[in-house]
Design a protein around this ligand. Structure first.
Ligand SMILES: Nc1ncnc2c1ncn2[C@@H]1O[C@H](COP(=O)(O)OP(=O)(O)OP(=O)(O)O)[C@@H](O)[C@H]1O
Ligand SMILES: [Mg+2]
Length: 269
């Protein structure tokens, strides 16, 4: 059963002209290999993500999870294989900038927020705007833009903290702000690499809530080692286990947790 059949997600909501998602997939990786001096960090990796899906990726250190995200975002070029965003965009022919502009947003582990600026200003700076029309930070926002910022503030649990300098936020709050900044760009596909690393249990639980609220509204790929967190957000969705640069197993969390090979290389350790 493909992820698509499994989740039965209809497209449309996140689809835009130019991104033909008639087959329901927003990302296709086919037989991607990445060699570093002969070592295969990715070894004929094939994987696809449906529109609106929240896909969890797990697997041991060195499995190739971050390398896969590097390939999707154009940071690393595959040695061989194909990577498509929607039906028409060949990621191997696009620069990192073009890929980001086309709608793939990535959150790195270390926040890249502007510490001197307030929470509100950070979101404002991240807003998808035509810079020729609104060149300065403090130009008035339209009510629609203001509404968008307010919506994101609530979602990332920072309403009430919007005037605080971002540098004063807790580690978890900074991570949420970074997710909020990504969302301001209205990406079609969001990649999160270890979003709860270093968070307190309470922050981790709130991050799971946040991602559950995004479910179905965005296509999201989440890499995490925190299995309690993955269980919270995977629900009945598909979990992919990477090992030695390829997919070892795929299914619901319950299915992969019961898989002997997964226990052997990862969960049982
Ligand atoms: N630029 C590089 N040059 C050489 N080897 C690399 C490079 N980037 C990654 N690797 C190797 O590729 C393998 C996959 O690394 P990657 O960072 O993708 O793993 P990961 O699944 O994200 O692991 P972790 O869970 O520890 O973050 C590792 O063995 C790593 O050492
Ligand atoms: Mg990694």
């Amino acid at each position: 059963m493909s992820a698509n059949e499994h989740l039965n997600i209809s497209s449309g909501r996140v689809a835009e002209p130019g991104l033909d998602t008639t087959h329901g997939a927003i990302l296709y990786l086919e037989e991607i290999t990445v060699s570093f001096d002969g070592f295969r960090a990715l070894n004929k990796l094939s994987l696809d993500i449906s529109v609106g899906e929240l896909r969890c990726i797990i697997g041991p250190n060195g499995a190739g999870k971050t390398t896969m995200m590097d390939v999707i975002t154009g940071k690393t070029r595959p040695t061989s294989g194909t990577a498509f965003f929607g039906q028409t965009m060949d990621l191997s022919r696009m620069t990192e900038y073009q890929i980001a502009h086309a709608g793939i947003g990535r959150k790195f582990q270390r926040p890249t927020i502007f510490e001197q600026h307030t929470v509100f200003e950070n979101l404002e700076l991240a807003m998808k705007t035509d810079k020729r029309v609104r060149p300065t930070l403090f130009a008035r926002l339209s009510s629609e833009q203001r509404g968008k910022v307010d919506e994101i503030l609530k979602l990332i649990r920072l309403n009430g903290s919007e005037r605080r300098p971002a540098g004063l936020l807790s580690h978890g709050q900074k991570q949420w702000l970074e997710i909020g900044m990504l969302l301001m760009q209205e990406p079609q596909l969001i990649l999160l690499d270890e979003p709860v690393a270093g968070m307190s249990d309470a922050e981790t639980a709130r991050t799971a809530e946040l991602l559950n609220e995004l479910r179905g509204k965005h296509s999201i790929m989440v890499v995490e080692h925190d299995m309690a967190f993955v269980t919270e957000i995977a629900q009945q969705g598909v979990v992919t286990v990477l090992h030695e640069g390829a997919v070892l197993a795929q299914g619901t969390m319950a299915q992969v947790q019961a898989d002997e090979r997964v226990i052997e290389v990862y969960l049982g350790r």
